[in-house]
Design a binder for this molecule. Sequence first.
Ligand SMILES: [Zn+2]
Ligand SMILES: [Zn+2]
Length: 258
Amino acid sequence: MQLIDTHCHLTFNDLAGDIGAVIERSIDVGVTSWITVGTDKEHNQKGVALAERFDNMAATVGIHPHYADKVTAEDIAQLKDLAQNDKVVAVGETGLDFHYEPEKKPYQQKLFEAHLNIAADLNLPVVIHCREAFDDTMDMLKQFGRPGLKAVFHCFSGSTEQAKIVLDRGYCISFTGVVTFKNARIKRQAAQIVPLDRLMLETDCPYMSPEPVRKHKVNEPAFLVHIARFLAELKGMDFDDFTADVTATSKAFFNINP
Ligand SMILES: [Zn+2]
Ligand SMILES: [Zn+2]
């Protein structure tokens, strides 16, 4: 079995300090590839540098919507430069998040559009962070208008209806350990309808450890196995068949060679 953690933050303090052991524990349980996701200038650079150290690691570069009001034109130019590194497989995470500061919407929209343009220019997929902003996110993707954009909705927290809309537009959906939580009934219903050629797995570590290791404060790629097991069971599938399918989906989406 070989799983890919398609969205982790390996440059964050909780993991970066002990990265050798984190990677070792991950490989031990069959999580053998990682995509470390950028959230700001500092972590974009660190993520690319880290990915250069490990054969089966790739990076994404992006500026999280939380920082949208502080981004300069120079930051965007730097992002585009770094996105052309061989280890970079996607642009993001980017998107809209109206949970904390909905008044920053115009800044977030402008930043999201800049990411979409970079992705389209460089022919890279986009990793979308969408929180309490589903309709606005879909509207922006619709209006963007440049054909062939590949996108994944990471840490999907929408309903079955919303999952259908995402799938109808041809995008992928990725699930974190949140789907294993007791109160996640709506998310589990959504997961039921996502076909395996559109479904990916991620820990989003160091946040949100899945059940049954939820009490571990620091999540890590090794715990991806729990999410995989949970979803295979939910879909009534053989575990090895399930993991083979989602790994194939992830490789195709991020254009990662075996
Ligand atoms: Zn996110
Ligand atoms: Zn993330």
